[in-house]
Design a protein around this ligand. Structure first.
Ligand code: ZN
Length: 282
């Protein structure tokens, strides 16, 4: 299933994409897509509904972030060898973890606001994992059974805030609109192998990142198992799994986003995003 949220900002309704690409309204069956309502058990109930029985949403509504209230937005850093190299950082021997403020989350086609004072706003296409069951100390063998689905993420990053202003990376990852997620939460049954997905990102039509999740240093099962040793992962939590090479930080000379730039990014099976950047208002 491809689950989504549609409507004006703050007033989104839950929906699903049917096989003909039409949005069907799910609001009679679920309040919103968040936390326990995207748990694996809850998704099974939604799966039992015949999409043809749901009202078709007419017109072209805005598509919002595919999850509403997100308990935790976790991220893995330096998870592709060439990206670690372009960042001039050692290839990690254990997953590097950091977090992103959940207030950074925005819709897949919403404008991205370059933060006040920013000169180094950068892009990062990433596979997002959405957790579907309380996970503590799960084995790698069982880890994928804790995943409810996947989504496309742009892990926008302000490199000066991230790197030049002391720890931690969260400072450079958390500005409002720095976390477009979606367009869909694609349930795990549609992604039998999360390590076989092409992912790419372009700026103003030029492809700058183009890789495959098979290039990850630590795969989805390893990440979920590893993280669950240190914290409880909760239904509705997002884990962004790191970006391949081709970010602005790694270009010679470095190249960062200016107002009016357009990013497009896509992960195989998970859908495409498009964002235009705008200056901070005022
Ligand atoms: Zn990232």
């Amino acid at each position: 299933m491809k689950l989504l949220r549609y409507g004006p900002k703050g007033k989104e309704k839950p929906g699903l994409l049917d096989k003909d690409g039409r949005i069907r309204d799910l609001s009679a069956h679920v309040g919103d897509l968040a936390g326990d309502s995207v748990a694996i058990k809850a998704i099974e109930k939604l799966r039992a509904i015949d999409p043809a029985s749901l009202p078709v949403v007419e017109g072209n509504p805005r598509i919002g972030p595919c999850l509403a209230t997100v308990p935790n937005f976790h991220c893995v850093g330096l998870n592709y060898t060439k990206h670690a190299q372009e960042s001039n950082l050692p290839v990690p021997t254990e997953p590097v973890l950091f977090s992103k403020a959940t207030s950074a989350i925005s819709g897949p086609y919403d404008k991205v606001i370059i933060p006040k004072g920013s000169e180094k706003t950068d892009w990062e296409v990433e596979l997002g994992i959405v957790i579907g069951k309380h996970a503590e100390h799960v084995s790698e063998a069982d880890a994928l059974s804790y995943v409810t689905g996947y989504c496309t993420i742009n892990d926008l990053s302000e490199r000066a805030f991230q790197i030049e202003m002391g720890g931690q990376w969260v400072k450079g990852k958390s500005a409002p609109t720095f976390g477009p997620i979606g367009p869909w939460l694609v349930t795990a049954d549609e992604v039998p192998d999360p390590q076989k997905l092409r992912l790419w990102l372009s700026v103003n039509g030029k492809v700058l990142q183009d890789s495959n999740t098979s290039d990850m240093i630590f795969g989805v099962a390893t990440i979920v198992s590893y993280m669950s040793r240190f914290m409880a992962l909760l239904p509705g939590d997002i884990i962004s799994t790191g970006t391949p090479s081709g970010v602005g930080l790694g270009m010679k000379p470095q190249r960062y986003l200016k107002p009016g730039d357009v990013m497009e990014l896509e992960i195989e099976k998970l859908g495409r995003q498009r964002q235009e950047t705008v200056a901070y208002p005022g």
